[in-house]
Design a binder for this molecule. Sequence first.
Ligand code: SAH
Length: 406
Amino acid sequence: MTTIILKPHKEESLKRFHPWVFSGAIARIVLDAAHKAAAPEEGELVCVESANSETLGVGHWQVGSIAVRILEFGLAELPADFWEQRVRAAYQVRESLGLVRKDNDTFRLIHGEGDWLPGLIVDVYADTAVVQAHSVGMHVFREAIAEAIVAVVPQVKNVYYKSDDTLPFKAAIEGEKTGWLVKKTECSEDSEFWSTENGLEFRIDWLKGQKTGFFVDQRENRALVERYAAGKEVLNMFCYTGGFSLYALRGGAKRVDSVDVSQKAIDLVNANVAHNFPKAKNHTAVTADAFDYLTAQKNAGRTFDLIILDPPAFAKHRDAVKNALRGYQRINAKAIEMIRPGGILFTFSCSQAVDKEAFRLAVFSAAASVGRKVRILHQLHQPQDHPINIYHPEGEYLKGLVLYIE
Ligand code: SAH
């Protein structure tokens, strides 16, 4: 195997279990005899050593500023049953947290660095797991990963691979980036897939939908909306497949309006509401841009008791943070203005580059700009099946505030 030798003292973060080796930390590369090219191939396993020849771990080689992502610390090679071991450890956590139940067969099985598997995301929807590789290394091992999932998770019979949008776009990649890795039930890409979260059934469309087809990360926050919804007029902005809307309806909301710019998302919200609440007459779904919609509603003099704002990441990179904060401030100001006295705002940011203090400051500025008295009732975050590796704080991304607006 190829060995990556670090510069003196560059082993310290690895010894604290931070899983990345930056290219600037590398002193030299000793290629194994099998290599024809002058550098390791993207995605291959490499062993990392300190300047004093201490074995630090084994991981995937990458082209870019993060050169290696460690899979196993302290060993020079992966154990033969590595994938099964790791997937089993992740599954046991979900099971012990009570996420695997008859009325809840939807959960994130693998959350990248948070499950010691950098570059890998796996969401489970009833009998199907959807796998996303964010690194060429994970792509190379996709079949072993799929086999391990089926061996470990009793409910999973099929594994679908969806990595066309997540693999590094410049990388030379062999093999398909999408398609079935395992398929044991009678289904095809045209089948309807349904999955249950806390007793509510959602249609999951990972083929045409965003990410792996569903935002599992809002489960606990949706359950909190259910607790606040009774008798309220609710507006669910950026609703996607209507997660928050369904919980609000079950919680006894008087009325729920769902808004998203994507027609496909709105079709799914309507299907999900019709499936779970066939008699509901108090739900409306609108295809519209959020900013335009809020402006139009305000001009029409509408107000709400409870608004949910769950926009897509406004900042995908560090250099976009300033604009993102302005975006959060604008949209929150618009929402706060339309909340009746004594109403509630659930507001979120899923931009990893915007930390919770910066987000809170943007919401503070929004509240101040519209001159309302605002108190924080809850500070929300990503759920327990999206764990944050304490040595890899970059894994923290979702934050939210529940505000009481006077
Ligand atoms: N709250 C959702 C997830 C939201 S994801 C859930 O619980 O599942 C963000 C959503 O915002 C996506 O569905 C996307 O289509 C939508 N979106 C993006 N830009 C938008 C805009 N300008 N106006 C309205 N919706 C938008």
